[in-house]
Design a protein around this ligand. Sequence first.
Ligand code: VGL
Ligand code: ZN
Length: 214
Amino acid sequence: MEGINGIETALLIIDVQNDFCKGGALEVRNGETVVAPLNALAEYCAARGGRVIATADWHPRGHVSFASARNAEASDIANSASGGALWPDHCVQGTKGAQFHESLNMNPVQLIIRKGFRQNLDSYSAFFENDRTTPTGLDGYLKALGVTTVLIGGLATDYCVLYSALDAARLGYRVTVLIDAVQAVNAPAGSEQAAFAAMRKAGVALAETKECIL
Ligand code: VGL
Ligand code: ZN
């Protein structure tokens, strides 16, 4: 892992929102520990002309991915559109839980991508929603700016970080996931290890944040 080299690098800060941190509706164990390394790397990256992008899970009330919204007539279509998994209500638009963690430094962030805002479609990846075809616009933004290298940290390793990393690799970026700046839901059990294995298999590099700050 070499240091950040100017404008062709983008740091993606995935879903560092209150609902994924301590006391949140979909609490990720040690979720808030990603904030310090991401703050350091965001400053470093932006100071070298790199791009810093934050994503936010941004669901309407009654979203298809919420177990509470599921009823007897829930169809297989809704099931596949949500990616199959059901979650407690989280990151509802306009709520405290959907806000970024208060210690996350947003000053170096140049772009915020909100995702999962369509009632009947979930979105784990920062690049495509869970139908795997609806783009968020992030790929166009990065390509227009000449970005070739993507560094990824945030929450959660086995869902939004995983899908974002796999999409980035598939779209042709050099991808590094920052192992000290991610934390996993780890449900079902083993999904954290499976996520790291899938990322390695897809050619995603795993590195410590400090390896990027030279
Ligand atoms: C996420 C589950 C549901 C994530 C978002 O950010 O990883 N996980 N919504
Ligand atoms: Zn969500």
